[in-house]
Design a protein around this ligand. Structure first.
Ligand code: ADP
Ligand code: ASP
Ligand code: MG
Length: 410
């Protein structure tokens, strides 16, 4: 018969801006210590200092047109190493027992491709021992180790996923995501002052909002959190205000039909005019894109008036535009009259579980845009979201008017 003394573990994740300068690192050290004083065992996860990962990406593309993905991950993961040592060094200076841990030292085992790996397993022995002795481990976010014993990364924004999975494997009470805004808002607070902080949000809604552009949480991290029922708080490391809780859908009552408006600006629209209207043509167009890992997002095919030819329009990330153009013009399996591309487009989406049971949401969205003469280029919907593609110049206006239409400023 053995007593198991359970530790009150909490995971604190600090994003790039929160560790962006030495001064910021001093500030977040105080936040960490405040949890130690509340008798928590604290696991810290850090991102790279803001801008560092982007700089490393630039370096890789400057030195080589053909930088291997495996080396790219080694390079990109270094920002987190620097930040973790700086935090541990500061805490040591303040009289605390703290040390850094690279993902491979733990280890954090990942599966999948370089630059988009997912966490499979995390070793807990060493860190548990260290926590019991009163230590504060500072763990690098974003990185992992694959079964070939090589360093991997978790997709941009992946420190969120590191924090969520550490919370799962250490059975933490909560996972607190410290960032540069006061929580998850109805839309990006840096686009419009009308954005309002959301107090409680379901995993499903957060997943849609982030997949559709709200970069405050990485989409994959929310999938991990939902699957493992990890309780999340998103809050600011700059203020001491209450943030947003992300929890299971069943625990949320009395909510607005629409919870948020998300948007992306890095889309491109591709139209093929005069395509033969017969079975298999769409598949022939998309096959090479799929084989080259180009993600096709929205698709519309017009009904042809003569039954012979049709127009096909779809969207991709603008980074994939050059490659897509090449693949289409080289594709011998398809014939078309004209290829038109447009980078000046943006995607605006409304998200909310309430739309499942509320009729008329689609109509209200389209009417609100029509009233302001905003043209909808492409539409796509799922159970809890509706997305429209519009001209970039109408982005802010569209977000604000949808925000108003669905009473999000209240
Ligand atoms: P971190 O470096 O802390 O991970 P990120 O830059 O990845 O921070 O995410 C925070 C940013 O997400 C905010 O500065 C904000 O501009 C943006 N953002 C986009 N949509 C939203 C939203 N709905 N709510 C809050 N922030 C959002
Ligand atoms: N530093 C990585 C990035 O910029 C991971 C993160 O910030 O979460 O994508
Ligand atoms: Mg982030």
């Amino acid at each position: 018969f053995k007593y198991k003394i359970s530790m009150k573990i909490i995971v604190l994740k600090f994003g790039g801006t929160s560790v962006g300068t030495l001064d910021r690192i001093k500030k977040i050290s105080k936040i960490i210590i405040s949890y130690i004083k509340k008798k928590y065992k604290v696991i810290v996860v850090t991102s790279a200092m803001s801008g560092v990962t982007n700089e490393l990406i630039k370096k890789a593309s400057k030195i080589s047109k053909n930088f291997p993905n495996s080396e790219r991950d080694v390079l990109l993961s270094t920002g987190e190493q620097m930040a973790s040592a700086l935090i541990a060094g500061k805490l040591y200076d303040l009289g605390f027992n703290s040390r850094s841990w690279m993902s491979w030292q733990i280890p954090i085992i990942t599966r999948g491709n370089y630059s988009s790996s997912r966490i499979l397993k995390i070793g807990t022995d060493q860190i548990k021992k260290y926590l019991k002795k009163g230590g504060i481990p500072i763990i690098t976010g974003f990185q992992g180790l694959n079964k070939e014993n090589r360093i991997t990364t978790l997709e941009r924004g992946g420190s969120d996923a590191s924090a969520i999975m550490l919370a799962k494997f250490f059975k933490a009470k909560r996972c607190i995501i410290y960032t540069d805004v006061n929580g998850v808002y109805t839309t990006d607070p840096n686009l419009t002052k009308k954005a309002k902080k959301i107090k409680v949000l379901s995993y499903e809604e957060m997943l849609e909002m982030s997949s559709l552009g709200a970069k405050v949480m990485q989409p994959a991290s929310i999938q991990d959190a939902k699957l493992n029922k990890v309780k999340i708080d998103v809050k600011s490391s700059f203020t001491n205000k209450p943030g947003t809780q992300i929890i299971g859908r069943k625990k949320i009552k009395d909510i607005n039909i629409i919870r948020g408006v998300s948007f992306t600006k890095n889309d491109a629209k591709v139209s093929l005019l005069g395509v033969k209207d017969k079975p298999g043509v769409a598949a022939a167009i998309f096959e090479p894109l799929y084989k080259n890992s180009i993600n096709v997002d929205m698709v519309v095919q017009n009904i042809s008036s003569d039954g012979k030819e049709t127009d096909l329009t779809f969207t991709i990330k603008s980074d994939d535009l050059l490659k897509t153009k090449k693949l289409i013009t080289r594709n011998k399996k398809i014939k078309f009259k004209k290829l038109i591309v447009d980078k000046n487009v943006a995607k605006v989406s409304i998200v909310g579980v309430g739309m499942i049971t509320t009729p008329g949401v689609t109509y209200r969205m389209f009417q609100a845009l029509a009233d302001k003469k905003i043209n909808i280029l492409v539409i796509s919907t799922s159970e809890i979201k509706i997305s429209v593609l519009i001209q970039s110049k109408n982005l802010k206006k569209s977000v604000e008017l949808l925000h108003k239409e669905f009473n999000l400023s209240k």
